[in-house]
Design a protein around this ligand. Structure first.
Ligand code: TRP
Length: 455
């Protein structure tokens, strides 16, 4: 057992683990997806509902994944196989690995755009993008270019591979420990810049003063879905990271710090964005293109905009990298543990395949017509992948894992696992209640909402 543990690798410290898990959680989900959803769903009220979802549902579900991961010391497939060798539950893990692969492929496309933007800023091209219309046009051209979109996708996946091939301690942990604190520092800088712009007050009100009349069922459903995506739950990423934690470490406080850090970054991202959006009279409802279209125009109008813009997209690329690392790590861990592949072989094969598969998403944004509006779904390939794997599959995965732990494998064993490293924590009863009743019901609600088209 000891030897096996050493072979798989483990975190060198609790701090290293928290940074790696926070690195997985913090990404495009916080800085790109959270602000645009907030903008579309009425501002401060959405933020409030989101916070409730993170701490009432996301946090317990995260502990659930940590407990299964550390107990089994395995990737999602191996873990479920170990706990339930004959049953069909191992497919929960299998779906997680597949989901990780697909999310990696399209997430890296968007991540590639951030690198492309960074390059444009550094080469001075972006300074000619003056009005929002010009920016929108240029952005459209940029993502429709096959060379740009596939090139930056490949570049981003290669960067991810470079980190993951180094292994758990040498690669993932070392990078996250350095990059995460830098990210926080850069973001605080941007917030200070944004809230001191003249006319930023309206943005602050929109973002911080809740108007409860805008809360609807849809708001709640969107907020819960976003909580899963943002915290990297539902596909075994946190389970895999949990499998590298020492038995002495405190899972509850680690999980709490990760949730808090993830939320802090999302909230700061909104605080960096909305005051600026309002200060320049732009629309908070701009949707997925919010940061890519609105921000360059914003940057071009403020003093030292080039510098601020470069910082912002650098920070976004860093955040995305520490997330793609976790996605690649899940698939890698599966091939290393269950198929006995050497780590570098797993990393290279999966990386290469995800460049190929991701190209379909990259080319769906204007380069190839057929991929831009798929016959049956009338959506671009990338959007379809995000809907199926980023929404349905994650919620489905989280649902089945809470049901499995709460009702099949055993809530008692999970509590025992959580107690290691934290025997005095008084609220395990509350946690068990949340896992058995509150979480499955809430997630079932989201799934049904998606199935019946409420979302
Ligand atoms: N949570 C990351 C973000 O907010 C994305 C991500 C990384 C993810 N790993 C994941 C999402 C696993 C779901 C599952 O950007």
């Amino acid at each position: 057992m000891e030897r096996k543990l050493r072979d798989r690798g483990s975190w060198s410290s609790k701090f290293g683990f928290i940074m790696a898990a926070a690195g997985s959680a913090i990404g495009l989900g916080n800085i790109w997806r959270f602000p645009y959803l907030t903008g579309q769903n009425g501002g401060a009220a959405f933020v409030l509902v989101y916070l409730l979802c993170v701490f009432l549902i996301g946090f317990p579900v995260m502990l659930n994944e940590f407990a299964v991961g550390r107990y089994t010391r395995k990737n999602p497939v191996g873990a479920l196989k170990a706990l339930n060798p004959t049953g069909y539950w191992k497919w929960v893990g299998g779906l997680g690995v597949l989901t990780g692969f697909v999310i990696l492929s399209y997430y890296s496309v968007v991540a590639g755009w951030t690198v492309g933007y960074l390059m444009k800023i550094l080469t001075g091209a972006l300074s000619q993008w003056t009005t929002t219309e010009v920016v929108a046009n240029s952005f459209g051209h940029f993502i429709a270019s096959p060379l740009n979109s596939v090139g930056y996708l490949a570049l981003f996946i290669l960067l991810t591979m470079a980190v993951v091939v180094g292994g758990v301690k040498g690669g993932i942990e070392r990078w996250c420990k350095i990059l995460m604190p830098i990210l926080l520092g850069l973001l605080i800088l941007l917030v200070v810049r944004s809230v001191t712009l003249p006319g930023s007050g309206k943005g602050l009100l929109f973002y911080l003063k809740p108007d409860f009349s805008v809360i609807s069922g849809k708001t709640v459903l969107m907020a819960l879905g976003q909580a899963f995506f943002s915290l990297s739950l539902g596909m075994g990423a946190m389970m895999t990271y949990g499998s590298y934690i020492s038995k002495e470490d405190n899972l509850v406080t680690s999980g709490f710090w990760v949730c808090l850090g993830d939320t802090l970054i999302a909230v700061l991202a909104g605080l960096a964005l909305f005051p600026a959006v309002f200060a320049f009279g732009l629309q908070p409802e701009a949707g997925p293109k919010l940061i890519f279209i609105v921000l360059p125009a914003v940057f071009s109008k403020i003093p030292a905009g080039t510098g601020v813009g470069a910082l912002f997209f650098l920070l976004l690329a860093i955040a995305a990298l520490t997330s793609t690392v976790s996605l690649l790590e899940v698939v890698t861990a599966y091939l290393v543990d269950d198929k006995g592949w050497p780590r570098h072989k797993a990393v290279f094969s999966v990386g290469f395949l995800s460049i190929l598969f991701g190209s379909l998403s990259a080319l769906s944004q204007g380069a190839v017509k057929g991929l831009g509006a798929l016959p049956l779904f009338n959506k671009p390939f990338l959007d379809l992948m995000d809907m199926i794997f980023g929404n349905y599959s994650l919620s489905f995965g989280a649902f089945r894992l809470v049901v499995f732990v709460g009702w099949k494998w055993g809530i008692k064993k999970a509590v025992e696992e959580l107690k290691m490293g934290n025997p005095e924590f008084p609220y395990f009863g509350v946690w068990a209640f949340l896992i058995r009743f509150v979480c499955p019901l809430a997630v079932a609600f989201v799934l049904m909402g998606m199935a019946f088209g409420w979302i």
